[in-house]
Write a protein that binds this ligand. Structure first.
Ligand code: NAD
Length: 408
């Protein structure tokens, strides 16, 4: 199977062809890859070393922006693919940022909260030269949250002897975080879905949705869609899913997940069965590489709303397109998180505090404008949503690089 990075680069090459750009050297490799090996003291008093990465993929349009992932499978290839995705996402949404990503090779489930605090602080001490509101701005990602962002902020501010809240986003409200950040990714994806069904003349109450993943993104997406009258017929977590053709009571399902750790409240199905459901919308909201060349022929949904990063490989995307199944790409669907991160950075730099309504309105405008831009290119070029989104994102990076004198 092609790797996430190979898949992303293939899409970039497709986009270049669509734009008639023959030389895209500036986007084929990250501008800066930093690997660190740093110590952290464990609860038994012993020192252990951890490997960490930060990739600043492209910063032609502004400081690198992107999360820090704590996961045992973190690799330089995965971090680079995610950093490239961030560069494209910030460009597509017209944010004055580039793309970055970081990670630590660690299984957080093997560590106490105190050890995770020392690991977070150790990671930042090793990378303090890189993180700065005008250079590279981290945020949470898989297995990191506002808790880790607080430790990272404190360590950086201690090293630099000054307050600098704009150096990191996804902070808690008490440390200059922004209202609406926790559900912003799901809300952004929901605004994209609303635009799509409006264009297709579909009605929410007649639209069935299956959501893979019940975490920050999938859980909030299911809840928001349910609250707006959509028929959410299936949802899953890592241990499997639940299904009801008449629509699940998502509030009950998510409450059960909170109390028991699993989704409950409908017929039990596997994650494979969820992907194969005959629904209007399939929203993979958990992991990368879920729809591949191997299982794409089993997909029966009419629309794929890519809420996770990289849930559909490039090969599978082409097959979906040939089969007439629309696939709205991750760089569009899940960009709501980085849009509200941008709002957080702006508030931190200006000292302003925006209301939740203000943030919702601005987010809605950013997402619907981006959807319309992509729809326009899709029509003009007669291509898929995915190729159109990548082309638009690449075009803006190319223009910035060209003006800087860094591209032919
Ligand atoms: P999360 O850890 O909160 O939730 C992940 C969910 O996926 C959990 O419910 C988990 O049980 C489920 N899951 C894990 N393995 C699974 C499997 N094999 N099958 C089905 N479900 C499985 O993570 P999240 O923040 O919701 O992120 C999900 C995806 O969205 C990731 O790809 C992430 O990179 C992407 N993303 C997140 C944000 C954000 O703001 N949180 C922004 C952009 C993109």
């Amino acid at each position: 199977m092609e790797t996430f990075l190979e898949s992303n680069l293939k899409l970039v090459n497709e986009a270049a062809k669509l734009l008639g750009l023959s030389d895209i050297s500036y986007i084929l490799k990250p501008k800066r890859i930093i690997e660190v090996n740093f110590p952290a003291r464990m609860d038994d008093g012993k020192i252990k070393y951890f490997k960490g990465y930060r990739v600043n993929y492209n910063d032609s349009r502004g400081p690198a922006k992107g999360g820090v992932r704590f996961h045992p499978n973190v690799s330089v290839d995965e971090v680079s693919a995610l950093a490239l995705g961030m560069a494209l996402k910030t460009s597509l949404l017209k944010l004055p940022f580039g793309g970055g990503k970081g990670g630590v090779v660690v299984n957080p489930k093997d560590h106490s909260a105190l050890e995770l605090e020392r690991i977070s602080r150790g990671y930042v001490r090793a990378l303090a030269f890189e993180f700065d509101p005008d250079i590279d701005v981290p945020a949470p990602d898989v297995y990191t949250s506002s808790r880790e962002m607080s430790w990272i902020l404190d360590e950086l501010e201690t090293i630099k002897s000054r307050h600098m809240p704009a150096v990191i986003t996804g902070k808690p409200l008490e440390l200059s975080g922004s209202l609406g950040r926790n559900y912003s990714t799901a809300m952004g994806g929901f605004y994209i879905l609303q635009e799509y069904i409006k264009n297709k003349g579909m009605k929410p109450e007649e639209t069935t949705i299956a959501v893979q993943g019940a975490g920050n993104v999938g859980g909030f997406l299911a809840k928001i869609a349910y609250d707006h009258g959509y028929k959410v017929v299936a949802i899953s977590d890592s241990s499997g899913g639940v299904y009801d053709s008449k629509g699940l009571n998502i509030e009950d399902v998510l409450n059960k997940k909170l109390s028991t750790g699993h989704v409950e409240g409908g017929k039990k199905i596997t994650n494979e069965e969820l992907l194969q459901l005959d629904v209007d919308v399939l929203a993979p909201s958990a992991l990368e590489n879920q729809i591949t060349k191997e299982n794409v022929s089993d997909i029966r949904a009419r629309l794929i709303l890519e809420m996770a990063n990289g849930p559909v490989t490039e090969e599978a995307s082409s097959i979906l397109y040939e089969r007439g199944i629309d696939s709205l790409p991750d760089i569009l669907c899940n960009a709501g998180g980085v849009v509200v991160s941008y709002f957080e950075w702006v508030q931190n730099r200006t000292g302003e505090i925006w209301s939740e309504e203000e943030i919702s309105e601005k987010l809605k405008k950013s997402m619907t404008d981006a959807f319309k831009d992509v729809e326009q290119i899709k029509q003009d070029k007669g291509t898929s949503y995915k190729n159109a989104a990548y082309a638009l994102a690449l075009k803006r990076i190319y223009e910035a690089e060209k003006m800087r004198g860094n591209a032919n």
